[in-house]
Ligand binder design. Structure first.
Ligand SMILES: Nc1ncnc2c1ncn2[C@@H]1O[C@H](COP(=O)(O)OP(=O)(O)OP(=O)(O)O)[C@@H](O)[C@H]1O
Ligand SMILES: [Mg+2]
Length: 292
């Protein structure tokens, strides 16, 4: 299948062939996860039938508390599970209609799907720019092209340009998160799996990073699957959301509808029916999720 995707992704050329027909309004999703089960170490059952889709050009949020299975879901898609003795034992995963479970993480990156790991892994002893350059190595681009991609990253992350020669290990948490996202961009992705970009960052920086993610989505047409505990910020930027609890999707819907959902408000946004109030004021018997 060689149908031209509607989104070209970061750094990928578009409109090279003026004769080419406009991309059809295809309903093929960039990611389709169907009913997957994941087991770690042959015994620990973590995902119990998770299904989700990321449409072309969409921002999809995967929400849930600690240990819900968000990172495991992302790693199942990017095929990083095996490095942690995890295995998809049921269900399947498609990327633009092509089955991808069983491929290597490299294969996925070559298909334009890359994960930014939780905890903003940077090479601490390398400079910010050297970190970014490690992301370009996968497609063996020409020097010129790499320089252009680098400028594009600096366009989206002006702070990184200022810190380009600083050792990454000594930059702030926000700058390291930006470096991790910037490095992923250097692989020219069409889809980014972004794991907890807000983790450990001050609210203002979280907002700054989400604004950049939104710009990348709108201007570079990069599709995003975002794992977040920060429901509030994620639902303001995402178009669609899935709520994961204990390895199962318990609720999904348009971000606007989820923001208005009484259970989501009460259990994830900290707002009870009659407006903002302390959790201590809410009688225990009332605090029962309607989806369980
Ligand atoms: N390598 C592993 N081996 C065994 N169990 C694991 C492994 N990685 C994760 N788990 C378990 O799988 C469950 C889901 O973990 P996961 O990291 O996917 O959750 P999460 O939703 O990303 O949580 P957090 O918000 O804390 O990052 C947890 O119970 C965790 O202990
Ligand atoms: Mg996680």
């Amino acid at each position: 299948m060689t149908a031209a995707p509607a989104s070209t992704g970061f750094g990928r050329e578009s409109g090279q062939n003026p004769q080419a027909a406009p991309a059809p309004a295809t309903s093929i999703n960039v990611i389709d996860v169907a009913n997957i089960e994941v087991i770690y170490n042959h015994v620990i059952l973590v995902l119990k039938g998770v299904s989700l889709s990321v449409p072309e050009g969409g921002i999809v949020a995967l929400l849930g508390g600690n240990g819900a299975g968000k990172s495991t879901t992302l790693k199942s898609i990017s095929n990083l599970l095996r490095t942690e003795r995890g295995e998809v034992t049921k269900g399947h995963i498609h990327c633009r209609g092509e089955r991808v479970d069983g491929l290597t993480p490299n294969d996925l990156v070559r298909r334009g799907v890359i994960q930014v790991m939780e905890g903003r892994h940077c090479f601490g002893h390398l400079t910010v720019e050297e970190n970014l350059l490690t992301g370009a190595f996968i497609h063996g681009s020409k020097r010129r092209q790499i320089a252009d991609d680098l400028e594009k990253v600096y366009h989206y992350f002006p702070r990184l340009k200022e810190r380009r020669t600083s050792q990454a290990g000594y930059t702030s948490g926000g700058e390291q998160q930006m470096t991790a996202i910037g490095r992923a961009l250097m692989s020219r992705p069409t889809t980014i799996l972004l794991d907890e970009p807000s983790m450990g960052l001050a609210p203002q920086l979280v907002e700054e990073i989400f604004e950049i993610v939104k710009n990348l989505n709108e201007q570079e047409k990069v599709s995003i699957l975002l794992a977040e505990q920060n429901t509030n910020v994620a639902l303001r930027y995402a178009h669609y959301g899935y709520i994961l609890e204990n390895g199962r999707v318990v609720l999904d819907g348009n971000a606007a509808a989820l923001r208005e959902n009484e259970d989501v408000k009460e259990f994830y946004l900290g707002i009870a029916g009659e407006g903002r109030r302390s959790f201590r004021d809410v009688k225990h018997y009332r605090r029962r999720k309607r989806w369980l």
